[in-house]
Ligand binder design. Structure first.
Ligand code: SF4
Ligand code: SF4
Length: 146
C-alpha cells in the first residue's frame, strides 16, 4: 500500500521480457531472486487489491500483503543493489526500487534483519562507522606505523 504510483505503473508497464533477470547476478548464481518476478508479483497483488476495491467499494483487509505473501524475505535479501536490472530494462523500470522499499519496511516496521546487520547498525549509531572502534581511536594506526 505504501509503494509509489510510479512503482505501481512500472508493474503494469513490464513487458515480461526477462532482460532484468538475465542480467541479475543473484539470479544468474542460482539465488531465489528474479527482478522480473518482483514486477509480476507486484502487478498480481495490485490487481487483487483492485478487485477487492471493486467488490467492496473500498479496500477491505484481506490479511495479505505484497511482502511475505507474494515476495519473500529470501528474495529481498538476495539483491546486491547492483542496478543491472534497471540498466537492462528496455522500458526504464526499476525493480530494485520496490526491493529497497520492502527491505526498508522489513527493518523499520518489523525489526527484521540478520544479526550481522544489527551489529553494523549499532556500530554506526554508536561509533559513526560500521566497525567496533571508538571514533577517537580511528587514527591510531598512524602512530602505530610510525
Ligand atoms: S539490483 Fe538486485 S535485482 Fe537488480 S540486477 Fe542487481 S541484484 Fe538483481
Ligand atoms: S527488463 Fe523491464 S520490461 Fe523486461 S521483464 Fe524486466 S522489468 Fe519487465
Amino acid at each position: 500500500m505504501d509503494l509509489s504510483w510510479r512503482n505501481l505503473l512500472d508493474a503494469y508497464s513490464c513487458t515480461e521480457c526477462g532482460r532484468c533477470s538475465a542480467s541479475c547476478p543473484a539470479n544468474e548464481t542460482g539465488k531465489l531472486l528474479s527482478p522480473r518476478k518482483i514486477m509480476m508479483s507486484t502487478r498480481d497483488r495490485l490487481e487483487e487489491v483492485g478487485r477487492n476495491i471493486n467488490a467492496n467499494g473500498e479496500f477491505k483487509d484481506d490479511g495479505k500483503s505484497l511482502l511475505h505473501n507474494y515476495i519473500s524475505v529470501e528474495e529481498l535479501r538476495a539483491c546486491t543493489t547492483c542496478n543491472a536490472c534497471v540498466e537492462a530494462c528496455p522500458v526504464s523500470i526499476s525493480p530494485v526500487e520496490i526491493i529497497l522499499e520492502m527491505r526498508r519496511s522489513l527493518i523499520m516496521e518489523e525489526s527484521s534483519a540478520p544479526q550481522e546487520w544489527n551489529s553494523m547498525f549499532s556500530n554506526v549509531e554508536n561509533n559513526f562507522a560500521p566497525w567496533k572502534f571508538a571514533p577517537d581511536d580511528r587514527d591510531k594506526w598512524v602512530s602505530e606505523i610510525n
